[in-house]
Write a protein that binds this ligand. Structure first.
Ligand code: ADP
Length: 409
């Protein structure tokens, strides 16, 4: 359009923006047009970009108008070429950058404060259940085991922790309750014969009595003393079992011979009560453990069978080897055990009929001792019973291979 004779000044004043500047230089280095601002800047810009056909970026600082960014390039006409330099003031851009920096500087401390405060608040909220668990745990003692930690959300980790702690407190509470019950029962059991003896002795001492009366009182006192020593023995055995202070001996025992030996002793007692005792032929069976403890187990079971069977009844003893296990069965045709009492007969001091058991010289500890002793031998004890028809107790023990060395795997 220049070649067409248009006025350059008019053309450019018309097109270019006020914040942008322009310089147009001819091939001969003569400045054809130049914005007002550029007149005070050295020309051309950049000095050697005239020959270059590529675009060059160039920053220049104007003493009055501040920084400018130029793009210089060559415009090729039909015959002529020009150096075109377009510049833009960076003042606005720098001003905005400075403003942005200010805003950032102002926001940063606020943001930092908010982050610290928010983090503290969040941590407080997240740790609140831990504080609750800690303060509850601190107030729990042996006397307040009924307390439980509050479980806010049972599905998260802290909820699961709280439930685990509650489960543990629950088990401790049960253990403490049964210990308390055991101590109370034991004291009561010891107090009963003591009271009986005291009364008898006091009455006997109130007046002068013939010698046979003293003898009768002494015999009765002896009976109570025997009961008390039996009870004390049982309590000692149970507390040793609880404390697990006794090491189970690892003797190899021919159980068939041991059970038949106990049965031999009990046969006479059964005969005295008018009860028939049958002992089946046993296969050879070997277990590893404590012969005295096992003797006590079968003595307790046979003693109970005889005690709770009426005259004319039968007590049958048999032993078998089943699935690599030894089973010894004591079956009687006695009074039987009601179904609701069956799960409790192995509990300490539990008796279906307290006065009947006492009359028969029972302490209510026989079966719990038997259970503890059998479990010490990695065995179990089971009962089946029908009231009026009889009961069957089964002791199941792991069979030991006699050829294996003792204590070997
Ligand atoms: P106890 O010294 O009273 O016999 P045990 O612990 O040996 O205590 O037995 C607990 C209770 O189980 C007994 O009091 C009795 O009621 C019941 N029991 C045990 N064995 C038999 C049995 N063979 N027949 C009927 N009841 C039985």
């Amino acid at each position: 359009r220049l070649e067409e004779g248009h006025d350059l000044g008019e053309l450019l004043e018309h097109d270019h923006h006020s914040s942008s500047v322009l310089r147009l230089t001819g091939a001969d280095g003569k400045v054809l047009f130049e914005s007002e601002v550029l007149r005070s800047l050295p020309a051309p810009l950049p000095p050697d970009s005239h020959q270059s056909s590529t675009h060059v970026l160039h920053d220049v600082s104007h003493p009055e108008h501040g920084p400018f960014r130029f793009m210089s390039g060559t415009a090729q006409g039909k015959e002529e070429s020009w150096l075109v330099q377009v510049g833009m003031s960076l003042a606005d851009y720098h001003h905005e950058l400075a403003e942005f920096r200010m805003v950032l500087l102002m926001i940063l401390p606020v943001g930092l404060l908010a982050a610290v405060g928010g983090g503290y608040w969040l941590a407080g909220r997240a740790l609140a259940p831990v504080h609750r668990i800690t303060s509850t745990a601190q107030t729990i003692s042996a006397k307040s085991l009924s307390q439980r930690v509050v479980v806010a959300n049972p599905n998260d980790e802290l909820g699961q922790l709280a439930e685990t702690i509650n489960g543990m407190i629950g088990r401790l509470e049960q253990a403490f309750d049964s210990m308390r019950q055991f101590t109370a029962d034991a004291s009561h059991e010891l107090l009963t014969p003591l009271t009986a003896m005291r009364t008898e002795v006091e009455v006997a001492l109130r007046a002068e009595r013939p010698p046979e009366q003293y003898r009768r009182v002494l015999a009765s006192v002896l009976e109570e003393v025997e009961r008390m020593s039996k009870l004390a023995d049982s309590l000692l055995l149970l507390s040793r079992e609880d404390a697990k202070v006794v090491q189970t001996p690892k003797e190899l025992i021919r159980l068939d011979a041991l059970v038949q030996e106990v049965a031999g002793h009990m046969e006479a007692v059964a005969g005295d009560s008018g009860i028939r005792m049958t002992v089946q032929e046993f296969p050879a069976m070997t277990v590893q453990g404590d012969p005295d403890g096992l003797r006590q187990v079968f003595f307790n079971l046979l003693d109970n069978a005889v005690k709770y069977t009426s005259q004319g009844g039968t007590v049958a003893l048999r032993g078998l080897v089943e699935d690599n296990q030894i089973v010894i069965e004591v079956a009687d045709t006695g009074i039987g055990i009601p179904p609701e009492s069956l799960p409790r007969v192995f509990d300490r001091f539990y008796r279906v009929d307290k006065s009947r058991s006492r009359e028969l010289g029972g302490t209510g500890l026989g079966l719990s001792i038997s259970k503890a002793l059998v479990e010490r031998h990695q065995g179990r004890i089971e009962v089946q019973s029908t009231v009026g028809q009889g009961s069957t107790f089964r002791v199941v023990l792991p069979l030991t291979d006699e050829s294996k060395p003792i204590g070997g795997k």
